[in-house]
Design a protein around this ligand. Structure first.
Ligand code: CU
Length: 449
């Protein structure tokens, strides 16, 4: 028997459901208006194809590329080919991965809000696949979840997807068939959609970065999709530092950096030195001005994009990296014994009688390991990466993995790597005896004694 109170509850629920229902109906006819559309779209309204230069400043994908297209009857036509790709993560480490159009990760799909697009997907993998357009609001049948929205694309088949971008922003695409295997093998890419009528200043420099994680056992070429936690290659656009191409801007330019994360298990807190920025967009749309706040680190969760913007008013070479310390180390830093503080003299000789090439390491940390390798004092196994870094202008840079550089220079018009920054203001250096005495620091500097 239903009590009066229950009846009221039911009535309340009913009204709630009605309210939700009408809200959904409104969203369905006008999906992009919440935060992310710059024009009033009717149902599936498309515009003339947006043009680079006039409608938008093209995005750059460091170490990557933009997917070419052709226009037929007002529709932008793209073609993705899923296939095996031999990919170099950094000098010395190659993987037999899966990617799109000969790349890991796939080329960036770039379009303008209101563009009608048709994307052909050819499967040259030994397994079935499908492509999901993460964050793109489109009809259910184009959403790409195999079995749910469509049949899987079998090896040798070509499927066609078609929709109109009703929103702008930073989105991603990836396999949605056997995700665990196929995303771990590299089947992912970025989607950048520019606003048709921007309400905010266009960026002068616009970059797209995809974060991902890999398990590459030293000596092996196949990424291991079964790994759940201990990933040992951390990449930006498929590259581990020092193979990451720097982001270059001229002093005073407005810089936009779009960061997507399709790692298996790890969120990444991406930190930029030298600047405070604002997070302007997520893959859900524009962040309202009233909700923006200054940050120096943006947390990019798995399965999300974060877009940050700033004026490049501080020239220099600036580190930009994941702040999780194990994410800025390469392969050989993982799984070793803790040697910190150990005096290896006692056993070095005994081990060396069994293993002539043996070298104790890690007693003061891992920072010096890259130098040992670079100088030829320490061999690394075939097809593997040392833990960290490369030679910088002031010594060895003990960073690897998810690490890149923002290089800001006065007056440049060419955005190729400008080399190392020579800071005219001053560089930190050993203190002099006069300085130590003057400021009564009470300690003598080993280098100035
Ligand atoms: Cu990270």
């Amino acid at each position: 028997m239903t009590s009066r109170r229950d009846a009221l509850k039911l009535a309340g629920l009913g009204m709630g459901a009605l309210a939700v229902g009408s809200g959904q109906a409104a969203a369905a006819t006008n999906p992009g208006t919440l935060y992310s559309s710059s024009v009033a779209h009717g149902p599936d309204r498309s515009y003339r194809p947006g043009r680079a230069g006039t409608d938008y400043t093209p995005v750059e994908t460091p170490n990557g590329s933009t997917l070419p297209y052709k226009i037929k009857n007002g529709v932008k036509i793209f073609h993705l080919v899923a296939e095996q790709v031999d990919h170099e993560f950094a000098d010395g480490l190659n993987g037999r991965c899966w990617g799109y159009n000969g790349r890991v990760h796939g080329p960036t799909i770039e379009a303008v809000e209101g563009d009608r697009v048709r994307v052909y997907v050819t499967n040259r993998l030994p397994a079935a696949t499908s492509v999901h357009w993460h964050g793109v609001i489109l009809n259910s049948g184009m959403d790409g979840v195999s079995g749910l929205n469509q049949q899987a694309i079998e090896p040798g088949e070509t499927f066609v997807y078609e929709w109109t971008f009703q929103q702008f922003g930073t989105f991603m695409y990836h396999s949605h068939h056997d995700e665990m295997t196929q995303m771990a093998m590299g089947l992912l890419g970025m989607i950048v959609v520019h606003p048709r009528r921007p309400s905010e200043p266009k960026p002068d420099r616009d970059f797209a970065l995809m974060l991902s994680t890999w398990k590459m056992r030293p000596g092996e070429r196949r990424p291991d999709p079964n790994e759940m936690t201990d990933f040992n290659i951390l990449t930006i656009n498929g590259k581990a530092y020092p193979a990451t191409t720097p982001l270059v801007a001229r002093t005073g330019q407005r810089v936009r950096i779009r960061i997507g994360n399709l790692s298996a298990m790890h969120h990444h807190s991406i930190h930029l030195h030298g600047y405070a920025f604002e997070e302007t967009m997520t893959d859900g749309g524009l962040v309202p001005l009233s909700a923006r706040r200054p940050e120096t680190t943006t947390l990019v969760p798995v399965g999300a994009t974060r877009t940050v913007e700033f004026i490049a008013n501080n020239p220099g070479d600036w580190a930009m990296h994941c702040h999780m310390t194990h994410h800025v180390m390469n392969q050989m830093a993982h799984g070793g014994a803790n040697m910190l503080g150990v005096d290896p003299a006692a056993f070095q000789g005994r081990v060396a009688s069994l293993l002539p090439a043996y070298m104790a390491m890690g007693q003061t940390g891992m920072g010096e390991m890259g130098e040992h390798i670079e100088s030829g004092h320490m061999p690394v196994p075939e097809n593997s990466l040392p833990m960290v870094g490369s030679q910088g202008p002031h010594g060895y840079i003990s960073m690897g993995g998810m690490f890149t550089l923002l290089k800001v220079r006065d007056g440049i018009t060419d955005f190729a790597n400008p080399g190392w920054y020579d800071d005219p203001v001053g560089v930190a250096r050993p203190a002099t005896v006069e300085e130590l005495n003057r400021d009564e620091v009470g300690i003598l500097n080993a280098q100035t004694e």
